[in-house]
Design a protein around this ligand. Sequence first.
Ligand SMILES: *[C@@H]1O[C@H](CO)[C@@H](O)[C@H](O)[C@H]1NC(C)=O
Ligand SMILES: *[C@@H]1O[C@H](CO)[C@@H](O)[C@H](O)[C@H]1NC(C)=O
Ligand SMILES: *[C@@H]1O[C@H](CO)[C@@H](O)[C@H](O)[C@H]1NC(C)=O
Length: 422
Amino acid sequence: MASKRFNTFKVVLASLAVVAVGYVVRTPWLPIRREIKASLGYPKDSLLNFTELTAEYGYMSEEHEVVTDDGYILTMFRIVQARNCHQKKRSPPVLLVHGLLQSSDSFIDSGPNAGLAYLISDACYDLWLGNVRGNYYSRGHIRLDPDKDSEYWKFYIDEIGYYDIPAMIDHVLEHTGFDKLNYIGFSQGSGTFLVMCSERPGYCEKVQLLIGLAPAARQFNTKSKLFRAVTQAFEVLEGQLESYGVVEIFAKGSISQEFVAFFCQLSDLTEQLCEQVLDVFDYVHSSHLGSITNETTRNLYGHFPAGTSLHNMARYGQSMKSRRFEKFNYGKEKNLMLYGSEEPPKYNLSAVTAPLVCIYGSNDGLVDTKDVEWLVKKLPNVIESMKVEDPNWNHMDVTYSQYTSDTIFPKINEYLLKYTSD
Ligand SMILES: *[C@@H]1O[C@H](CO)[C@@H](O)[C@H](O)[C@H]1NC(C)=O
Ligand SMILES: *[C@@H]1O[C@H](CO)[C@@H](O)[C@H](O)[C@H]1NC(C)=O
Ligand SMILES: *[C@@H]1O[C@H](CO)[C@@H](O)[C@H](O)[C@H]1NC(C)=O
């Protein structure tokens, strides 16, 4: 049994290596036109963008453009009318930010009864969704062309935390006239928030409540062999890939993304395989099959992976080797020049003054329980830390499980209500 599992793992790893190469290649004939996909029988939801997909289910959303201090153009969405909210919107506004390789669509791919964006806006909160630099909604810059200028892709979680999160918070506050908001970050969406609190004094005070869903800070104990293998491969090959002009990774519209999206909707069998791949990625030893419905699996590969920079992926490979939550490690010499010390400085977790509610799973292969518990001990203002009761709850479940309304939403709602003024 053990050896069979090991062999399966090797086969999956080899296939993924091939797929990974395809993820960095874009060709002029991609992405495939939507009409062609529709005629090939792709599920409709997988072809729609955020505003279209929410409209499909009776929700009305707006699109907002935000420009960061360093010129990146980001797209945010705001759900202005929810299907099941018939009273006045609650305040303050809520900002929900996705994880690595995701977009705002991750919060709607599991449909109106499970997608967190739907559940939160149905409870009448004024919900805004962010998209960070490099994903398909936020692939713009006032000066740089992401298709031509490799400089565009020179970013890590450090820049996302320093520029994108503050810019999105400012936009929401300016637009709504509030001076504080409630923030929910999934995985990298929380990690980048911590970076902001450490590096941009004052910004943490603009947040009344921070809900960290599987918050990714330190990654020392990450169990997913596949995630480790992939990110560390990128770390090793970073210089070489960059010299070949490969700087954007796992983009929508790349050969592999198109292939995977095609393959995953092809038949019941392939669709099940795709669900298993998600599980292997998350945690190879015990999967949580059945938590993500077949329909969600078909839809989500139309929006996932959503793209990031080669450097950011490699950065995760670097983080997994460190016991600290620290700034980017350039190597001794450059560290000394930039930081004045051979080791990169730690992010200042004492500066995360916003009250934190942490929600995490015991079977999370990407952000390990031990690392979450390490983080919670370091943060000065933790009001509750909740381990999801279901022992199989894993990383992908946060966005794609059909059970979110019973497992994590009640706790999210409890605290949003507490930190709501009307
Ligand atoms: C989403 O689709 C609508 C309708 O086709 C389009 O007007 C809008 O520009 C799209 N938004 C984004 C961010 O792609
Ligand atoms: C998904 O489809 C397969 C094959 O048709 C079926 O056996 C399985 O029960 C379905 N899973 C769920 C969660 O509906
Ligand atoms: C970390 O943040 C705390 C709280 O803002 C501050 O008192 C402390 O001086 C900071 N530490 C460093 C090393 O900057």
